[in-house]
Ligand binder design. Structure first.
Ligand SMILES: [Zn+2]
Length: 156
């Protein structure tokens, strides 16, 4: 996992979101679920975890796969940013814990995503839940085009 720029608003956030889109291209295809990429980056630009949808299990969401690779006791999580190509989910059919709730079990203070989940499957308020819990949430709709392309088959 290649290190990169320290997470920050602007070009560094764009760099890491483009990495999530790249990761999402590895997702096993699905007609009923989004293809998403996720990367957790420490304050110094070290990659702590990476993942994409359905990587280890057909029910995997990208955030779960990425967080699975991190050590929950790693102090660097306190200064990390979680990047996801899609807004972290707030409810799901496949597993009891939504990704926004999973993120709230970590000390990761900042979440950046590109594409707000369209209400195709469930109505998502992951960003609102994270903000309400005091996390910084940054939305970069200017980078959503690549995410829409990866998921074009779902959009009809
Ligand atoms: Zn999820």
């Amino acid at each position: 996992m290649t290190p990169g720029p320290p997470p920050a608003a602007g070009g560094a956030d764009a760099h890491w979101l483009l990495r999530t889109v790249e990761l999402s291209r590895s997702c096993p295809p699905s007609a009923t679920a989004f293809s998403v990429g996720c990367v957790v980056v420490a304050g110094d630009g070290t990659v702590l975890g990476e993942g994409y949808s359905r990587r280890d299990d057909p029910r995997d969401h990208a955030e779960e796969a990425a967080l699975r690779g991190t050590d929950p006791g790693d102090p660097r999580l306190r200064g990390a940013t979680l990047y996801s190509s899609l807004e972290p989910c707030s409810s799901r059919a496949s597993r009891p814990t939504a990704c926004s709730a999973l993120i709230l079990t970590t000390p990761i203070p900042r979440v950046v995503f590109a594409w707000r989940e369209p209400a195709l499957f469930v109505d998502c308020d992951g960003a609102e839940r994270l903000r309400a819990a005091g996390r910084t949430v940054v939305e970069r709709p200017d980078l959503a085009q690549g995410v829409r392309e990866v998921n074009a088959h779902l959009l009809g």
